[in-house]
Design a protein around this ligand. Structure first.
Ligand code: SAM
Length: 233
C-alpha cells in the first residue's frame, strides 16, 4: 500500500499487499475519506466509539447463516474491526475487508498479518473497485449504512449490495435502531428498523433473524443497534 498518510491519495485498492492506483475521486469521496482517515489517525483503535471486544451478536448471525468456511465474505466499512481477527481465528478462508479509509485498512492489515485477505480501499457510494469484484456469499455491515442519510446514497448502496450477493447468499446489517443515537463520529445518522431494511432489500431477500442490541462504547455510553440476517432467494 502507498503512503497511508496521504489522505487524498488516489490509491484505491490493495489486494494481498499489492497496490492499484485507480481513477480520480469525487469531492465527496475526498471529504469522506479525509473525515474517516482523521478519525483513525487521531485515536487509538480501542478508544474509537465503535471498537468492539464483544463480537457475540455478529458472530451469532454469522454462525446462524451456516456459511461454509470457504465462503466469500465481505466486510463493508470494516475499518480496523476485530471481527476480521476473529473470522481468521475461526478459519474462514476467503475474507474481503473494504473501507474508504486506507488508514483504517492499513492498521487492520498490519495487525492481522494474513496474506489471504483482500483489502480494498473504495468509497461504496462511488465505487471504482467493489463494483468489479465477483459475487459474495455473505455481506456484513456494522455501523456503515446508517451514515448514508440521503435516499440516493442509500439506493446506490443497496443497488451495489444486490448486484454482489450470490444466489442463496446472506446479508447481515447491524445499524443504529429507531431509539439509537442521531449522530456518530460527528456525522448525522439514518436510523433503521427491520421493516425498513426489508423494504430496501426487497422481496428477493427473506428475513431470517433480527434483534435489538445495546452496544457499550469504550466511554461506557450505550448505542442501540438493530441486528438483522437476511437470505437471498
Ligand atoms: C463506525 S465505523 C464502523 C467500522 C466497522 N464496521 C466496525 O464495526 O468496527 C464506520 C466505517 O465506515 C467506513 N465508511 C464510511 N463511509 C464509507 C463509504 N462511503 N465507503 C466505504 N466505507 C465507508 C468508515 O471509514 C468507518 O471505518
Amino acid at each position: 500500500m502507498k503512503n497511508i498518510n496521504e489522505s487524498n491519495s488516489s490509491c484505491s485498492i490493495t489486494t494481498k499487499n499489492s497496490c492499484c492506483c485507480a481513477s480520480e475521486e469525487t469531492t465527496s469521496t475526498k471529504d469522506l475519506k479525509s473525515h474517516w482517515n482523521k478519525a483513525y489517525t487521531n485515536s487509538p483503535e480501542e478508544k474509537l466509539g465503535w471498537f468492539e471486544t464483544d463480537l457475540s451478536p455478529m458472530l451469532q448471525l454469522i454462525n446462524n447463516s451456516e456459511v461454509k468456511k470457504n465462503a466469500r465474505i465481505i466486510n463493508i466499512g470494516a475499518g480496523s474491526t476485530t471481527l476480521i481477527d476473529e473470522l481468521i481465528r475461526q478459519e474462514y478462508t476467503h475474507l474481503i475487508a473494504t473501507d474508504i479509509s486506507e488508514v483504517a485498512l492499513k492498521k487492520l492489515e498490519n495487525r492481522v498479518d494474513n496474506k489471504n485477505i483482500d483489502f480494498i480501499v473504495d468509497d461504496i457510494l462511488n465505487s471504482k473497485k467493489l463494483n468489479t469484484i465477483n459475487r459474495v456469499d455473505l455481506w456484513i455491515d456494522r455501523a456503515v449504512l446508517h451514515f448514508f442519510t440521503e435516499e440516493k446514497d442509500q439506493d446506490t448502496y443497496f443497488n451495489l449490495l444486490k448486484s454482489k450477493i450470490s444466489s442463496k447468499g446472506f446479508v447481515i446489517l447491524a445499524e443504529f435502531n429507531l431509539r439509537g443515537a442521531k449522530k456518530c463520529s460527528g456525522l448525522d445518522i439514518f436510523q433503521y428498523d427491520t421493516a425498513m431494511l426489508q423494504n430496501k432489500l426487497g422481496s428477493d431477500f427473506k428475513l431470517l433473524e433480527a434483534f435489538d442490541y445495546n452496544y457499550t462504547m469504550p466511554s461506557g455510553d450505550i448505542r442501540k443497534y438493530i441486528y438483522t440476517l437476511f437470505k437471498k432467494n
